[in-house]
Design a protein around this ligand. Structure first.
Ligand SMILES: *Cc1c(COP(=O)(O)O)cnc(C)c1O
Length: 372
Protein backbone atom coordinates (compact mmCIF):
# COMPACT_ATOMS: atom_id res chain seq x y z
CA UNK A 1 0.00 0.00 0.00
CA UNK A 2 0.88 3.68 -0.04
CA UNK A 3 4.19 4.29 1.59
CA UNK A 4 4.78 8.00 1.01
CA UNK A 5 7.35 9.84 3.08
CA UNK A 6 5.53 11.01 6.18
CA UNK A 7 8.40 12.25 8.26
CA UNK A 8 7.94 15.97 8.17
CA UNK A 9 8.84 18.59 5.63
CA UNK A 10 12.61 18.04 5.77
CA UNK A 11 12.40 14.41 4.81
CA UNK A 12 9.80 15.13 2.17
CA UNK A 13 12.16 17.61 0.53
CA UNK A 14 15.14 15.28 0.50
CA UNK A 15 15.88 12.99 -2.43
CA UNK A 16 16.60 10.19 -0.02
CA UNK A 17 16.63 9.54 3.70
CA UNK A 18 19.53 7.81 5.42
CA UNK A 19 18.50 6.22 8.70
CA UNK A 20 21.23 5.56 11.23
CA UNK A 21 20.32 3.04 13.89
CA UNK A 22 22.24 4.10 16.98
CA UNK A 23 20.91 1.15 18.96
CA UNK A 24 22.49 -1.14 16.39
CA UNK A 25 25.83 0.69 16.61
CA UNK A 26 25.72 0.44 20.39
CA UNK A 27 24.79 -3.25 20.27
CA UNK A 28 27.66 -3.84 17.84
CA UNK A 29 30.04 -2.11 20.23
CA UNK A 30 28.87 -4.35 23.08
CA UNK A 31 29.32 -7.47 20.97
CA UNK A 32 32.83 -6.43 19.93
CA UNK A 33 33.76 -5.62 23.51
CA UNK A 34 32.51 -9.01 24.67
CA UNK A 35 34.31 -10.79 21.85
CA UNK A 36 37.49 -8.91 22.70
CA UNK A 37 37.29 -10.57 26.11
CA UNK A 38 39.92 -8.97 28.34
CA UNK A 39 41.00 -6.24 25.92
CA UNK A 40 39.63 -2.69 25.99
CA UNK A 41 37.51 -1.75 23.02
CA UNK A 42 38.13 1.53 21.20
CA UNK A 43 36.00 2.95 18.39
CA UNK A 44 37.40 4.20 15.10
CA UNK A 45 35.76 7.46 14.05
CA UNK A 46 37.67 8.34 10.91
CA UNK A 47 35.83 9.66 7.83
CA UNK A 48 33.00 11.01 10.01
CA UNK A 49 32.42 7.61 11.62
CA UNK A 50 32.54 5.92 8.21
CA UNK A 51 29.91 8.35 7.00
CA UNK A 52 27.41 7.81 9.83
CA UNK A 53 28.19 11.11 11.58
CA UNK A 54 30.87 11.24 14.23
CA UNK A 55 29.21 14.01 16.26
CA UNK A 56 26.27 11.74 17.03
CA UNK A 57 27.86 8.29 16.90
CA UNK A 58 30.75 9.05 19.27
CA UNK A 59 28.55 10.31 22.16
CA UNK A 60 26.28 7.27 21.64
CA UNK A 61 29.28 4.98 22.09
CA UNK A 62 30.42 6.98 25.09
CA UNK A 63 27.09 6.02 26.69
CA UNK A 64 28.23 2.39 26.34
CA UNK A 65 31.39 3.27 28.23
CA UNK A 66 33.70 3.72 25.25
CA UNK A 67 36.51 6.08 26.21
CA UNK A 68 39.12 5.45 23.51
CA UNK A 69 38.63 6.82 20.00
CA UNK A 70 40.72 6.92 16.86
CA UNK A 71 40.55 9.41 14.02
CA UNK A 72 42.73 9.54 10.90
CA UNK A 73 43.29 13.29 10.67
CA UNK A 74 44.18 15.95 13.20
CA UNK A 75 41.12 18.01 12.30
CA UNK A 76 38.85 15.03 12.89
CA UNK A 77 40.40 14.69 16.34
CA UNK A 78 39.86 18.39 17.09
CA UNK A 79 36.20 18.06 16.17
CA UNK A 80 35.79 14.83 18.10
CA UNK A 81 37.22 16.44 21.24
CA UNK A 82 34.16 18.72 21.36
CA UNK A 83 31.68 15.84 21.56
CA UNK A 84 33.16 13.11 23.75
CA UNK A 85 33.54 12.96 27.54
CA UNK A 86 36.58 14.81 28.86
CA UNK A 87 38.27 11.65 30.10
CA UNK A 88 38.29 10.12 26.59
CA UNK A 89 41.58 9.33 24.88
CA UNK A 90 41.63 10.43 21.25
CA UNK A 91 44.35 8.98 19.03
CA UNK A 92 45.12 10.55 15.66
CA UNK A 93 46.30 7.78 13.35
CA UNK A 94 48.12 10.01 10.87
CA UNK A 95 50.05 11.73 13.64
CA UNK A 96 51.05 15.39 13.53
CA UNK A 97 51.24 17.01 10.08
CA UNK A 98 54.57 18.89 9.72
CA UNK A 99 54.67 21.81 12.14
CA UNK A 100 51.31 21.00 13.76
CA UNK A 101 52.19 19.73 17.22
CA UNK A 102 50.60 22.55 19.24
CA UNK A 103 47.07 21.49 18.30
CA UNK A 104 47.69 18.14 19.96
CA UNK A 105 48.42 19.72 23.35
CA UNK A 106 45.66 22.24 22.94
CA UNK A 107 42.99 19.65 22.17
CA UNK A 108 44.41 16.88 24.30
CA UNK A 109 44.98 14.53 21.38
CA UNK A 110 47.44 11.64 21.25
CA UNK A 111 49.43 11.38 18.04
CA UNK A 112 50.25 8.04 16.49
CA UNK A 113 53.88 8.53 15.47
CA UNK A 114 54.50 6.68 12.25
CA UNK A 115 57.82 7.85 10.91
CA UNK A 116 61.14 9.20 12.12
CA UNK A 117 60.29 12.78 11.16
CA UNK A 118 57.13 12.74 13.23
CA UNK A 119 59.05 11.17 16.09
CA UNK A 120 61.67 13.92 15.92
CA UNK A 121 59.04 16.68 15.74
CA UNK A 122 57.23 15.28 18.74
CA UNK A 123 60.43 14.90 20.76
CA UNK A 124 61.42 18.47 19.94
CA UNK A 125 57.99 19.74 21.04
CA UNK A 126 58.28 17.78 24.30
CA UNK A 127 61.76 19.22 24.94
CA UNK A 128 60.52 22.76 24.35
CA UNK A 129 57.60 22.29 26.70
CA UNK A 130 59.68 20.23 29.13
CA UNK A 131 56.84 17.76 29.34
CA UNK A 132 56.74 14.06 28.49
CA UNK A 133 53.67 14.11 26.33
CA UNK A 134 51.80 10.91 25.53
CA UNK A 135 52.17 9.39 22.08
CA UNK A 136 51.49 6.08 20.41
CA UNK A 137 54.15 4.36 18.34
CA UNK A 138 53.07 2.52 15.25
CA UNK A 139 55.28 -0.22 13.81
CA UNK A 140 55.21 -1.36 10.24
CA UNK A 141 54.95 -5.12 10.44
CA UNK A 142 54.36 -5.87 6.79
CA UNK A 143 51.89 -3.50 5.20
CA UNK A 144 54.47 -0.91 4.08
CA UNK A 145 51.93 1.83 4.55
CA UNK A 146 52.44 3.61 7.83
CA UNK A 147 54.58 2.92 10.85
CA UNK A 148 58.18 2.77 11.97
CA UNK A 149 60.37 0.23 10.24
CA UNK A 150 62.40 -2.03 12.56
CA UNK A 151 65.55 0.01 11.77
CA UNK A 152 63.81 3.20 12.91
CA UNK A 153 62.86 1.46 16.16
CA UNK A 154 66.52 0.45 16.61
CA UNK A 155 67.63 4.05 16.10
CA UNK A 156 65.06 5.31 18.62
CA UNK A 157 66.12 2.81 21.27
CA UNK A 158 69.82 3.45 20.67
CA UNK A 159 69.40 6.95 22.07
CA UNK A 160 68.08 6.64 25.62
CA UNK A 161 67.23 10.36 25.76
CA UNK A 162 63.88 9.55 24.18
CA UNK A 163 62.61 8.25 27.49
CA UNK A 164 62.97 11.66 29.09
CA UNK A 165 61.00 13.22 26.25
CA UNK A 166 58.02 11.42 24.88
CA UNK A 167 55.82 9.11 26.88
CA UNK A 168 54.67 6.09 24.86
CA UNK A 169 51.19 5.08 26.00
CA UNK A 170 50.46 2.58 23.22
CA UNK A 171 52.42 0.52 20.72
CA UNK A 172 50.45 -0.60 17.71
CA UNK A 173 50.47 -2.06 14.24
CA UNK A 174 47.88 -2.85 11.58
CA UNK A 175 47.13 -6.08 9.74
CA UNK A 176 46.94 -6.26 5.97
CA UNK A 177 44.82 -9.43 5.68
CA UNK A 178 42.74 -9.69 8.86
CA UNK A 179 39.57 -10.40 6.83
CA UNK A 180 41.24 -13.57 5.46
CA UNK A 181 41.70 -15.70 8.58
CA UNK A 182 43.85 -18.28 6.79
CA UNK A 183 46.22 -15.77 5.29
CA UNK A 184 49.83 -16.37 6.43
CA UNK A 185 50.40 -12.60 6.75
CA UNK A 186 48.33 -12.61 9.96
CA UNK A 187 50.69 -14.87 11.88
CA UNK A 188 53.75 -13.22 10.36
CA UNK A 189 52.65 -9.71 11.32
CA UNK A 190 51.67 -10.89 14.79
CA UNK A 191 55.12 -12.37 15.34
CA UNK A 192 56.82 -9.20 14.18
CA UNK A 193 54.56 -7.13 16.41
CA UNK A 194 55.31 -9.32 19.44
CA UNK A 195 59.05 -9.03 18.82
CA UNK A 196 58.86 -5.23 18.65
CA UNK A 197 56.55 -5.04 21.66
CA UNK A 198 59.00 -6.77 23.97
CA UNK A 199 61.31 -3.83 23.39
CA UNK A 200 58.77 -1.54 25.06
CA UNK A 201 57.99 -3.41 28.25
CA UNK A 202 54.88 -2.38 30.14
CA UNK A 203 53.38 -0.34 27.30
CA UNK A 204 49.90 -1.49 26.19
CA UNK A 205 49.69 -2.96 22.70
CA UNK A 206 47.06 -2.87 19.96
CA UNK A 207 46.91 -4.83 16.72
CA UNK A 208 43.29 -5.66 15.96
CA UNK A 209 40.89 -3.89 13.63
CA UNK A 210 37.32 -5.26 13.32
CA UNK A 211 38.23 -8.46 11.52
CA UNK A 212 41.16 -9.22 13.79
CA UNK A 213 38.88 -9.11 16.84
CA UNK A 214 37.58 -12.42 15.44
CA UNK A 215 41.01 -13.95 14.77
CA UNK A 216 41.37 -15.23 18.30
CA UNK A 217 42.98 -14.34 21.60
CA UNK A 218 46.46 -13.98 20.16
CA UNK A 219 45.49 -10.90 18.16
CA UNK A 220 43.66 -8.81 20.71
CA UNK A 221 46.42 -7.66 23.06
CA UNK A 222 45.35 -4.77 25.32
CA UNK A 223 43.19 -2.68 23.02
CA UNK A 224 41.16 -3.51 19.93
CA UNK A 225 40.31 -0.84 17.35
CA UNK A 226 37.20 -1.75 15.38
CA UNK A 227 35.63 0.65 12.91
CA UNK A 228 33.70 -1.12 10.15
CA UNK A 229 32.07 -3.75 12.38
CA UNK A 230 30.56 -1.05 14.58
CA UNK A 231 28.73 0.18 11.51
CA UNK A 232 27.48 -3.26 10.48
CA UNK A 233 30.05 -4.37 7.92
CA UNK A 234 30.76 -8.09 8.11
CA UNK A 235 34.25 -8.57 9.60
CA UNK A 236 34.44 -12.14 8.31
CA UNK A 237 33.29 -12.12 4.68
CA UNK A 238 31.79 -15.43 3.61
CA UNK A 239 30.43 -16.30 7.05
CA UNK A 240 27.18 -15.08 8.67
CA UNK A 241 27.51 -11.51 9.92
CA UNK A 242 27.30 -11.38 13.73
CA UNK A 243 26.77 -7.59 13.68
CA UNK A 244 23.57 -5.62 13.20
CA UNK A 245 22.96 -3.47 10.14
CA UNK A 246 23.33 0.16 11.19
CA UNK A 247 22.09 2.08 8.15
CA UNK A 248 19.00 2.16 6.00
CA UNK A 249 18.52 4.18 2.84
CA UNK A 250 15.23 5.04 1.23
CA UNK A 251 14.63 7.20 -1.85
CA UNK A 252 11.52 8.65 -3.36
CA UNK A 253 10.22 7.98 -6.85
CA UNK A 254 10.21 11.17 -8.92
CA UNK A 255 8.68 9.90 -12.12
CA UNK A 256 7.33 6.69 -13.55
CA UNK A 257 6.55 5.81 -17.17
CA UNK A 258 5.55 2.98 -19.50
CA UNK A 259 8.06 1.97 -22.16
CA UNK A 260 7.82 -0.36 -25.13
CA UNK A 261 10.05 -2.61 -27.17
CA UNK A 262 12.40 -0.38 -29.14
CA UNK A 263 12.75 2.22 -26.37
CA UNK A 264 16.03 2.85 -24.56
CA UNK A 265 16.77 3.86 -20.98
CA UNK A 266 19.49 6.15 -19.68
CA UNK A 267 22.88 7.47 -20.80
CA UNK A 268 24.48 5.66 -23.67
CA UNK A 269 21.11 4.05 -24.46
CA UNK A 270 22.64 0.94 -22.92
CA UNK A 271 19.39 -0.53 -21.71
CA UNK A 272 17.24 -1.61 -24.62
CA UNK A 273 13.60 -2.31 -23.76
CA UNK A 274 12.42 -5.63 -25.22
CA UNK A 275 8.72 -5.56 -24.32
CA UNK A 276 6.14 -3.52 -22.38
CA UNK A 277 7.79 -2.38 -19.15
CA UNK A 278 7.61 0.31 -16.51
CA UNK A 279 10.54 2.51 -15.53
CA UNK A 280 10.67 4.53 -12.30
CA UNK A 281 13.25 7.24 -11.66
CA UNK A 282 14.59 7.96 -8.17
CA UNK A 283 16.59 10.98 -7.05
CA UNK A 284 19.88 9.47 -6.02
CA UNK A 285 22.94 8.89 -8.17
CA UNK A 286 26.68 8.47 -8.17
CA UNK A 287 27.15 11.97 -6.74
CA UNK A 288 25.42 10.59 -3.64
CA UNK A 289 27.79 7.64 -3.52
CA UNK A 290 25.53 5.19 -5.30
CA UNK A 291 28.26 3.63 -7.39
CA UNK A 292 28.18 4.06 -11.15
CA UNK A 293 29.51 0.51 -11.37
CA UNK A 294 26.01 -0.58 -10.31
CA UNK A 295 24.74 0.47 -13.74
CA UNK A 296 22.59 -2.32 -15.14
CA UNK A 297 23.39 -4.64 -12.24
CA UNK A 298 22.30 -3.22 -8.90
CA UNK A 299 18.89 -3.42 -7.29
CA UNK A 300 16.46 -1.47 -5.18
CA UNK A 301 13.57 -2.98 -3.22
CA UNK A 302 9.88 -2.18 -3.14
CA UNK A 303 8.07 -3.80 -0.22
CA UNK A 304 10.83 -6.40 -0.15
CA UNK A 305 10.66 -7.15 -3.89
CA UNK A 306 13.87 -6.61 -5.88
CA UNK A 307 13.64 -4.18 -8.79
CA UNK A 308 16.73 -4.01 -11.01
CA UNK A 309 18.57 -0.85 -11.97
CA UNK A 310 17.86 -0.36 -15.68
CA UNK A 311 20.65 1.35 -17.57
CA UNK A 312 23.38 3.67 -16.38
CA UNK A 313 23.47 5.25 -12.92
CA UNK A 314 23.37 9.04 -13.49
CA UNK A 315 24.89 11.71 -11.27
CA UNK A 316 21.61 12.51 -9.51
CA UNK A 317 19.21 9.78 -10.55
CA UNK A 318 18.72 6.08 -11.19
CA UNK A 319 16.17 4.36 -13.41
CA UNK A 320 14.61 1.18 -12.07
CA UNK A 321 12.71 -1.49 -13.95
CA UNK A 322 9.55 -1.73 -11.85
CA UNK A 323 7.54 -3.84 -14.30
CA UNK A 324 5.05 -5.98 -12.38
CA UNK A 325 4.84 -3.68 -9.34
CA UNK A 326 1.32 -2.19 -8.92
CA UNK A 327 1.17 1.16 -10.66
CA UNK A 328 0.02 3.14 -7.63
CA UNK A 329 3.02 1.80 -5.71
CA UNK A 330 5.46 3.33 -8.19
CA UNK A 331 3.74 6.71 -8.53
CA UNK A 332 5.74 9.89 -7.83
CA UNK A 333 6.33 10.29 -4.09
CA UNK A 334 6.36 6.55 -3.38
CA UNK A 335 9.45 5.17 -1.69
CA UNK A 336 11.98 2.49 -2.57
CA UNK A 337 14.60 0.93 -0.33
CA UNK A 338 18.26 0.88 -1.25
CA UNK A 339 19.72 -0.30 2.06
CA UNK A 340 17.28 -2.46 3.99
CA UNK A 341 16.79 -5.92 5.43
CA UNK A 342 17.02 -7.41 1.93
CA UNK A 343 20.12 -5.47 0.87
CA UNK A 344 23.06 -4.69 3.15
CA UNK A 345 26.02 -2.43 2.53
CA UNK A 346 28.08 -5.56 1.88
CA UNK A 347 25.54 -6.76 -0.73
CA UNK A 348 25.72 -3.45 -2.57
CA UNK A 349 29.51 -3.56 -2.46
CA UNK A 350 29.57 -7.05 -3.92
CA UNK A 351 27.30 -6.05 -6.80
CA UNK A 352 29.28 -2.86 -7.39
CA UNK A 353 32.68 -4.55 -7.31
CA UNK A 354 34.00 -2.94 -4.14
CA UNK A 355 33.96 -3.36 -0.35
CA UNK A 356 31.35 -2.28 2.19
CA UNK A 357 33.79 0.32 3.58
CA UNK A 358 33.73 2.21 0.30
CA UNK A 359 29.95 2.09 -0.07
CA UNK A 360 29.43 3.34 3.47
CA UNK A 361 32.01 6.14 3.43
CA UNK A 362 30.71 7.46 0.10
CA UNK A 363 27.06 7.81 1.11
CA UNK A 364 26.51 11.40 0.34
CA UNK A 365 25.87 14.67 2.08
CA UNK A 366 22.64 15.36 0.22
CA UNK A 367 20.56 12.81 2.06
CA UNK A 368 18.36 13.78 4.91
CA UNK A 369 19.67 11.93 7.94
CA UNK A 370 17.56 10.45 10.63
CA UNK A 371 19.00 8.98 13.80
CA UNK A 372 16.86 6.28 15.32
C1 LIG B 1 40.78 2.06 9.80
C2 LIG B 1 41.68 1.49 10.82
C3 LIG B 1 41.17 0.67 11.82
C4 LIG B 1 39.74 0.18 11.83
O1 LIG B 1 39.63 -0.79 10.82
P1 LIG B 1 38.26 -1.58 10.55
O2 LIG B 1 38.66 -2.60 9.56
O3 LIG B 1 37.32 -0.57 9.99
O4 LIG B 1 37.81 -2.13 11.82
C5 LIG B 1 42.03 0.24 12.82
N1 LIG B 1 43.33 0.62 12.81
C6 LIG B 1 43.87 1.39 11.84
C7 LIG B 1 45.30 1.73 11.89
C8 LIG B 1 43.06 1.84 10.79
O5 LIG B 1 43.59 2.58 9.83
Amino acid sequence: MANAVANGADSARAGAVLTIDLDAVRANYRLLRETAAGASCAAVMKADAYGLGMDIVAPALALEGCRVFFTAHLEEGMRLRQVVPEDSAIYVLHGPPPGATAEFFQYDLIPVLNDPTQLEDWRRACRLLQRRLPAALQFDTGMSRMGLAPAAVDRLLADPAWKDELRPVLVMSHLACADEPEHPMNALQRERFLALRTRFPGIPGSLANSSAVFLGDGFRHDLVRPGAALYGINPQPGTPNPLRQAVGLRARIMQSRSVQAGDFVGYGARHAVTGPARIATIGIGYADGWLRSLSGRGHAFIDGVAVPIAGTVSMDSITLDVTGIPEERVAPGQEVDLLCAQQTVDDVAREGGTIGYEVLTRLGGRFHRRYA
